[in-house]
Design a protein around this ligand. Structure first.
Ligand code: MG
Length: 386
């Protein structure tokens, strides 16, 4: 199978379902990898996007990584092998200086996996398993609802409504944001969410790196009483000293890794933050971390340091992540039921049951099972004249 064309566009996304609330200018890249393999009269096209939270990466995709793939049209081989194409993309890249080139590579890697799974006629999780020689029946994946962003008005009431919506849709666990207001106000948010979900062990909080050293310790002391599921993104992601200081006094789990995009960065985080393999959570985002090949390296590295793969809850909240969690037997997956649309969430007909979900059985990632997302990708093809 050969790659014929690569299309790319930057599109806006919002962390809010309510379009009247400003999105903060966040966007992401979408890509389409068009192949020469024809099925039912149309070429197989793999789709990917730059996950969420790190903006679009169109420049790097257009100028550097897509041209490398197009200059080596046989890079997939036959049968198609995503690892081969990944090595082509990484040709000449030096170690270190990961920046956000890892996001550009991960975006294309997602689309390549989608195309390869479609070529094999397999759902992505099965395709991943086949490439790794670990084919087995998958179990329903533990999932949690990501959300709980601050509402500019009526925050308490709207947060309660959001948590009730999650619970009504089958979620047993959820994650909300803290760190953007005074701790007393965040404690009220935590109590509101716990009240709906039924306890602290069902609730994770994400501070989105907002605390300095002293604030992090004060917040940890304040929320310790709730026995939360986990405390995420406490301080600057490279401030290992503060993470270690929190861990020294905070007994419940902390969650880290969403902003570490490579094996060496992940290794440093684990080593120097003094993370605890018996409880702490690793959030590395697959698409932000050069895609699945690098993520598998992170997984192997952590396992060699004594971590269980059940400690991995990859960031993202979308279908690609859900497939990877199912295929690799990781701890669980985030789902964004209503924010970061049309990327967040399951296929239109899928349901969360008692906090668990299965990836779709459609060939590939199954983006075609999300109407709004399929329309977005089809627009990209149409605009380019296919
Ligand atoms: Mg986070």
């Amino acid at each position: 199978m050969k790659i014929k064309r690569i299309l790319e566009r930057t599109v806006p996304i919002s962390r809010y379902a309510d379009p009247s609330i400003p999105s903060g200018g966040l966007d992401t890249s979408i890509v389409a990898v068009v192949t020469d393999r024809i099925v039912d009269g149309a070429p197989i096209v793999g789709y990917g996007f730059a996950s969420i939270g790190r903006f679009g990466q169109g420049g790097l995709i257009r100028e550097r990584f897509a041209p490398r793939l197009l200059a080596a049209p046989d890079c997939l081989g036959d049968p198609p092998d995503p690892f081969r194409a990944w090595r082509v993309m990484m040709t000449g890249e030096k170690p270190g200086g990961h920046g956000e080139r890892s996001v550009a590579v991960g975006t294309l890697d997602m689309a390549i996996w989608d195309a390869c799974a479609k070529a094999a006629g397999l759902p992505l999780y099965r395709c991943i398993q086949r490439h790794l020689d670990r084919e087995s029946e998958i179990e329903s994946v533990p999932v949690y609802a990501g959300g709980g962003y601050y509402f500019p008005e009526d925050d308490g009431a709207r947060l309660r409504d959001e948590m009730q919506m999650f619970a009504a849709n089958g979620f047993t666990h959820a994650k909300i944001k803290i760190g953007g207001k005074a701790i007393a106000e965040d404690v009220r948010r935590i109590e509101t969410a716990m009240d709906v979900l039924g306890g602290g062990d069902c609730l994770a909080v994400d501070a989105i790196y907002s605390y300095d050293h002293d604030e992090a310790l004060a917040a940890a002391d304040e929320i310790e009483q709730f026995g939360l599921w986990w405390f995420e993104d406490i301080c600057d992601p490279l401030d290992f000293e503060t993470i270690a200081a929190v861990i020294e006094r905070y007994r419940s789990a902390v969650a880290v890794g969403e902003a570490q995009f490579s094996i060496p960065d992940a290794r440093n985080l684990i080593r120097y933050s003094r993370l605890r393999p018996d409880r702490d959570i690793l959030l590395f985002d697959i698409a932000h971390s050069y895609g699945l090949p690098e993520y598998l390296g992170i997984l192997r590295m952590a396992e060699a340091l004594g971590w269980d793969r059940k400690s991995f809850f990859p960031h993202g909240g979308h279908l690609f992540t859900l497939h990877a969690v199912a295929a690799l037997g990781l701890g669980g997956a985030e789902i964004n039921p209503h924010n970061f649309q049309p990327f967040g969430g399951l296929t239109d007909d899928a349901r969360v049951v008692d906090g668990h979900a299965l990836p779709p059985e459609l060939p590939g990632i199954g983006f075609e099972g999300r109407t709004a997302l399929a329309d977005l990708f089809h627009d990209l093809l149409k605009e380019a004249g296919r």
